[in-house]
Each structure stands twice: as structure tokens, then as C-alpha cells.
Design a protein around this ligand. Structure first.
Ligand code: ADP
Length: 382
């Protein structure tokens, strides 16, 4: 049997997973090269074991070479005949995974101005994979695709129409995660297929999505991955007047504002301590507590907003590193939502069971698996 490789390229990491190609792809190994640059290191998880190896200087191409070298023994002679790529931006046109032909790559390159911090890295991984696996089918899986059919009122900003026409729209992201979670929930609990779901993906990046009949009808993320919830280092929703103030009165340039909003804000900026929820939960500093207060408040507020978008809520799903694991964040978010019929079973929440609700609205803590969504898309093409 042959194998499928999935790649998820960020600015400082290249995550990967290897599957045996099968009706339902079977995971063989996963890992990442992190700290791309002068101090890169490779992490490989296989058969319950985790191996970490320092690489020194590495860009995306070197990282991919090292990944291939490290998974070759795991592949045991299987040929990689499909490579799936997480592509952050599919623009207006891509509603579903797409084979990466030269024409598609050209269209995706034209979207770089819409996602300058992510799209170039995604495309760098595509180029490296085409060199490494010239005979394999390369498939693009888009973070925006799950949201593409959402209603126009969720797609637009109230700017002059010409901006909408040129692509200044609310795209929404984390689509691969929402795709996985929606499918996984329906598989585990068939009675919830077609239900009104509010899904909170709470990782280093974070967003909330309203899902009806298996499709997105609203998302807290919009044009960029900055909007909506506060995140590890990103600001979340902000009054655009603040940006005008920073430019006019503080003389900040566009790159300075970009660094501020993407890298220095969110939990990190508010606490002045860390972007990492575990560190903040363990801290006794009042600033750490305040950062969590704000985080929880905004999640609760957006769950209310997404419930309004759906006209009600049948199930709430927590996912991502924080959603799956933080008993405190889940408990505190739910604390203010009993008016919606959301209450937690404290015991089940404390042990992070899959189903943790105790009220009429079903509540879940579910692991996400974006790589699996990519592998399934590739499987359809090989
Ligand atoms: P990414 O978006 O980079 O994939 P993750 O989904 O792994 O990130 O989420 C990382 C976040 O999850 C960090 O803030 C981390 O502190 C948090 N996290 C992981 N485990 C726990 C835990 N047991 N309790 C609280 N927070 C946790």
C-alpha cells in the first residue's frame, strides 16, 4: 500500500503527518520541524515514542528534506503518492480541496496580499514538496473553504462595495478544524447531524464558528486571522479607531502595527507574562488573572452572538489545546451561559470527558485533527 503525507507550513514551523493510504487513512507518524531558522529542531512521534533532534539552520526545503529522511524508515518502502497541504487562504473561488496544478498555484500566489504572513509559507512548502515528490498528486486544503458558502451578511463589511468586489471580505479560518469536528460529532452522535452547533476552536489561534446543517453560517474570524477572540499573541476584535490613533498620534508604521497586533497582543500583551494558557493558569499575578478574565468574557460573548446567528443552540463544542484541556476555561465560560441552557457536569468537565454538559444544550470537549481532513482529501485523489 502507498502513503500520504500532509504538510502544514507556518512562519516558524512545518508540521507533518504520514498515513497509510486506505479507505480511511491510517496514521503512521506525525511531528514537526519547529524554530525554522538558525535553531531548527525536528520532533517525530511514532508508535507512542517521541524523538527530538536538533537540525541547526533550516528553511522549508531543508525541513522537508529532514522530515522525509526521518519518516523513510517508518514508511518501510511505501511510496508517497499524495501530498496534502494546509493552505490558509483559498480566496473567493475555492470551496473545496483542489489539485495543485500550475493554474491553481498561480491563483493562490495572487492571494498572498490577503494573507502575507501565512500564504507564502504554504506555497514554499508546495514548491519543496513538488521537488521532493515529483510523481505525487499535490492537493490544497483551504482554511477558508468551510466558510465559503456562509450568508452574504456574514461575508461583508460595511465598506463601499468596491472593496467587497476586490476581496475585502469576511473569509473565516480554522475551516479544517471545523470540518473535522462537525464530521466527528455527527459520527459519534448521529442525532446531532444537522443540529445548530457553536464550535470554539481555542488553540494559540482561536475562533468560534456557528454551524448549521454541517456548514458554517458565521465565524468570529474575518478578513484576517486577527479578528474575534483574543488569542495567544493576537488581539482579537479591536475598534478600528485604535488603529487610526496608533498611526496618527503614535506614528506607528504598518509593519509595527502588524507586529503589535499579531505578536504582542492577546494573552501575552494583556498579562505581560505569557501567551500560554497553562502558564497563566499557574500564575498568581493579577495580570494573568485579568488576561484570563478577558479571554473568558470574550468567548462567552461570542457564543451568545453565534447563538443569535443560529437562532438557538443545540450543542457547544470546545476544541484546540485550551478547549480540549482547560477545565478552568470551560467551566468559567459555561458559568455565565445557563440562560441559554448550557451547564456543565462538574465531574465530567474535571476529567475532560468527551461529553461534559448537564443541561438541555449538549456540551462536548473534542480533540480536533486537521491533518486527517487533509489526508482524507488526498485519499480521494490517489
Ligand atoms: P496551536 O493552535 O498552535 O495548534 P494548541 O491547539 O496546541 O495550539 O493550543 C495551545 C494552547 O493550549 C496553549 O495556550 C496551551 O497552554 C493550552 N493548553 C494545552 N494544554 C492545556 C491544559 N492542560 N490546560 C490549559 N491550557 C492548555
Amino acid at each position: 500500500m502507498s502513503a500520504i503525507l500532509t504538510l502544514n507550513a507556518g512562519s516558524s514551523s512545518l508540521k507533518f503527518a504520514v498515513y497509510i493510504s486506505d479507505h480511511e487513512p491510517q496514521l503512521l507518524a506525525r511531528g514537526q520541524v519547529e524554530n525554522l531558522g538558525p535553531t531548527a529542531r525536528l520532533i517525530l512521534e511514532n508508535d507512542g515514542e517521541k524523538v527530538v533532534r536538533a537540525l541547526g539552520v533550516a528553511d522549508h526545503a531543508i525541513a522537508l528534506r529532514e522530515i522525509i529522511a526521518s519518516v523513510t524508515p517508518v514508511l518501510a518502502g511505501r511510496k508517497v503518492d499524495g501530498v496534502g497541504h494546509r493552505i490558509v487562504h483559498g480566496g473567493v473561488d475555492f470551496h473545496a480541496p483542489e489539485i495543485l496544478t500550475p493554474q491553481v498555484i498561480e491563483k493562490l500566489s495572487a492571494l498572498v496580499p490577503l494573507a502575507p504572513l501565512h500564504q507564502p509559507h504554504n506555497l514554499a512548502a508546495v514548491a519543496a514538496a513538488q521537488v521532493a515528490f515529483p510523481d505525487a498528486v499535490q492537493v490544497a486544503c483551504f482554511d477558508t473553504a468551510f466558510h465559503r458558502d456562509h450568508p452574504w451578511v456574514n461575508d461583508t463589511f460595511a465598506l463601499p462595495r468596491r472593496f467587497y468586489e476586490e476581496g475585502v471580505r469576511r473569509y473565516g479560518f480554522h475551516g479544517l478544524s471545523y470540518d473535522f469536528l462537525t464530521g466527528d460529532l455527527a459520527r459519534r452522535f448521529p442525532e446531532l447531524s444537522g443540529a445548530r452547533l457553536v464550535i470554539a476552536h481555542l488553540g494559540n489561534g482561536a475562533s468560534i464558528c456557528a454551524v448549521k446543517d454541517g456548514r458554517s453560517v458565521g465565524s468570529t474570524m474575518g478578513f484576517s486571522a486577527l479578528d474575534g477572540l483574543p488569542m495567544g499573541t493576537r488581539c482579537g476584535q479591536i475598534d478600528p479607531g485604535v488603529l487610526l490613533y496608533l498611526m496618527d498620534q503614535k506614528g506607528l508604521s504598518a509593519p509595527e502595527i502588524s507586529t503589535l497586533l499579531y505578536k504582542e497582543s492577546g494573552l501575552k500583551g494583556l498579562s505581560g507574562i505569557s501567551s500560554d494558557m497553562r502558564t497563566l493558569e499557574a500564575s498568581e499575578a493579577p495580570e494573568a488573572a485579568q488576561a484570563i478574565d478577558y479571554y473568558v468574557f470574550r468567548i462567552r460573548r461570542e457564543i451568545g452572538a453565534m447563538t443569535a446567528v443560529l437562532g438557538g443552540i443545540d450543542a457547544l463544542i470546545f476544541s484546540g489545546g485550551i478547549g480540549e484541556n482547560s477545565v478552568t476555561v470551560r467551566g468559567r465560560v459555561a458559568d455565565g451561559l445557563d440562560y441559554l441552557g448550557i451547564t456543565l457536569d462538574e465531574g465530567r468537565n474535571a476529567t475532560s470527558e468527551i461529553e461534559i454538559g448537564a443541561g438541555p444544550v449538549r456540551v462536548f470537549a473534542l480533540p480536533t485533527d486537521e491533518e486527517r481532513v487533509i489526508a482524507r482529501a488526498v485519499q480521494k485523489q490517489v
